[in-house]
Structures are given as C-alpha cells and as structure tokens.
Unconditional design. Structure first.
Length: 349
C-alpha cells in the first residue's frame, strides 16, 4: 500500500479499485475511520507534480484522517499483512506516520519502477519497466499515437474516410491527434472502472461453482501446476483470475501448444485504440490486458480437435464471469465477415 500524508489527511493508495473497495468495506465494518479521498490536500501542499493530476484516482484511494484515527486504521492494515510504503509523490520521508512504520523506497525505486521477476506455474517470468506482472490502472491505457488498425485507403470509402479525418494528424491516417488520444484514453479508463465495479459485485462462491461445473464438463481436463509439461500440447485451456472472479476459455493447435498460447496472453498488450471494443459501457477487458500474476489457476485438456470444444466449454460459464470478447471456434473470424462483427461480439451487461 502506498501512503501520502498531509496536515489534514492521510491517503492510502490501493493497487486496484477492487482492493480499495474491499479494504474500505472491511475497515468500516470493524469500526475504523475511512473517508473519501480528495486531492485538495495534496494539491494545497504542492505534492502533485505538474501534469500528473490524473494519477489521483479516488476509486482506489481512501483517507484515514490523522492522529489517533490514522494510527488505528494504518496499524490494522499492517496487522492484516499489508506493507506500507511512501508514494513517489511524497517528498519528506519519515520512518513512521502517526506512529506506524512506513517503508522508504530506494532512490532507484523512486526514479524508475523495478523489473519484476517471478516463477509462475513452473515458468520464469519478468515484467518490463513499463509493465509489471499485475495489471494496474496506471499501466492499463498507455498513450500510443500510432494506429494499430489495418491500413486502408480513401478510395475504399471516401465518405467514411472524410468523417474520420479529424482524428488523424497525417494524410495516411496512421497517426492520431493528441485530442483523439486523450478521448481514447478517457474511454478506456471509463470502461476499466466499470469493469472493476462489475468484478467487485460478483460472488466468489458462485464463481467457484461455475468454474468447477465447466471444468468437469470437459473430458480429460485437469488442473495445471507446471506449464512446462504442456509445451507443445494442443488442446483446450481455461485461465482463472480469482481476484477478479473471471475466467477465459481458449483453444490452440499451434506447435508451441498450450504453454506458448498462455505465454502470449501474459506478454501481450492491447493498443490504446483496441482497449474498448464497442462502447465503454459494455466492452469486456481483453485477457491480453491482464498480466502473468493475475492468472491464479489454469486448467487444460489435450484434444485432437481443439477448436471444436471451445464454444461448448465457453457456453458452460455464465457470461458475467467471462473475459472472452467473441464466440469461440476456428471460424469465428470468417463468421464475422459473413454476418458482421456485432453478431460474434460478447458484451458486458
């Protein structure tokens, strides 16, 4: 947990909106003082660096007040296993705040994020300086002005080309304007927050029951503890993200097998212009936006015809628990060309 301290407020920065929501609920239930966070105190004391106001996200930050109230709430967090570390905005770093120990990050940590390393499902994995091993709101919607869409030409649809012209700063429609990037960024974060609120509303027991029923419906499906044993194995797989009460069903006949396909998900990222598919109000977050440590369980089955079983397995799950953005099966893309993308898209309610 990151901490910022001001004369009239003490802010706790949770890693995610979901964790912040759960912590606030638990602390409140036990009688600790928890208030909504307001950037006014940070701004008044000059702690918010220029151009970084958007980093203050009240959905994942809460205020534990000052004095005895702050001491009690912070100590409760420490007693429950959380580590308190000064936020990189904090300039005056003491060993304690309101009598509770707070770790001082090293100079290297303050200048640049560390490269995360871990062993996960038998594989050695590492995150980049920009992207860690868990998805966060800060790294979710990075600005990239380059279009990732398939190049096309005005002659193909002059009317549509002219309508979209204001979004681009070049004649070839390959580089977005700063204004359109800002709009895409806002849409992506709006959709992110809606999805996080959806995840937080889901029941853990109901999700676990759905996972077990789906897994048992597929003959030969077992829980994976070591992905190295699935290198080159073609078949079906289910990745489970327990923190979010979400799952993803996939199939592969690639020579690299299930191991290679899951590693692709972990290493993949979505471009800014592909984060929202449809509308911010109903777009599902892509499995490729999550990071390696977000996957907490994996189930897999070796099958001769992997894609034939993808849709039946996917249909076993209630849609509210799924990260799949389209229907399964080898012919999903071909079907989209025949009936339209809207017919194969899955949406969040």
């Amino acid at each position: 947990m990151k901490i910022t301290s001001m004369p009239r407020a003490t802010h706790v920065w949770a890693p995610s909106v979901q964790q912040a929501s759960e912590l606030r609920r638990e602390l409140t239930e036990y009688g600790f003082l928890v208030r909504d966070a307001d950037p006014w105190d940070l701004d008044e004391t000059g702690l918010i660096p220029e151009g970084q106001q958007d980093e203050f996200d009240p959905t994942r930050i809460f205020d534990v007040a000052i004095g005895a109230d702050a001491n009690a709430t912070l100590q409760a967090l420490v007693d429950s296993g959380h580590r308190l570390v000064w936020h990189h905005w904090q300039t005056r770093l003491a060993r304690k705040v309101w009598g509770v120990s707070v770790a001082i990050p090293s100079m290297q940590e303050r200048l640049a994020p560390a490269i995360d390393r871990a062993e996960h499902f038998g594989l050695k994995i590492r995150g980049s300086r920009e992207l860690g091993l868990r998805m966060t709101r800060e790294t979710y919607a990075r600005i990239n002005k380059r279009s990732s869409l398939t190049p096309w030409f005005r002659e193909e649809d002059p009317e549509l080309w002219d309508v979209l012209d204001e979004r681009y700063e070049d004649a070839q429609h390959r580089v977005y304007t700063d204004e359109w990037c800002a709009a895409l960024h806002a849409y992506a974060l709006e959709n992110f927050d809606l999805n996080m609120a959806h995840f937080a509303s889901l029941d853990r027991a109901e999700f676990e029951q759905a996972v077990q029923l789906a897994v048992k419906s597929q003959r030969g499906m077992v829980e994976v503890t070591d992905l190295t044993q699935w290198d080159g194995v073609r078949g079906l797989y289910v990745t489970v993200l327990d923190e979010y009460r979400q799952a993803y069903v996939g199939a592969t006949d690639h020579p690299g097998g299930i191991t290679a396909r899951i590693k692709q998900h972990w290493a993949g990222t979505k471009s800014l212009d592909r984060l929202v598919w449809g509308d911010p109000e109903n777009s599902i977050i892509s499995i490729d936006s999550f990071s390696a440590l977000d996957t907490t369980r994996i189930f897999a089955a070796k099958t001769a015809r992997s894609f034939d079983g993808e849709n039946p397995l996917l249909d076993r799950f209630p849609q509210k628990f799924m990260l799949n953005r389209i229907i399964g099966g080898r012919d999903a893309v071909k079907l989209a060309g025949l009936v339209g993308v809207d017919k194969i898209m899955k949406r969040r309610d």
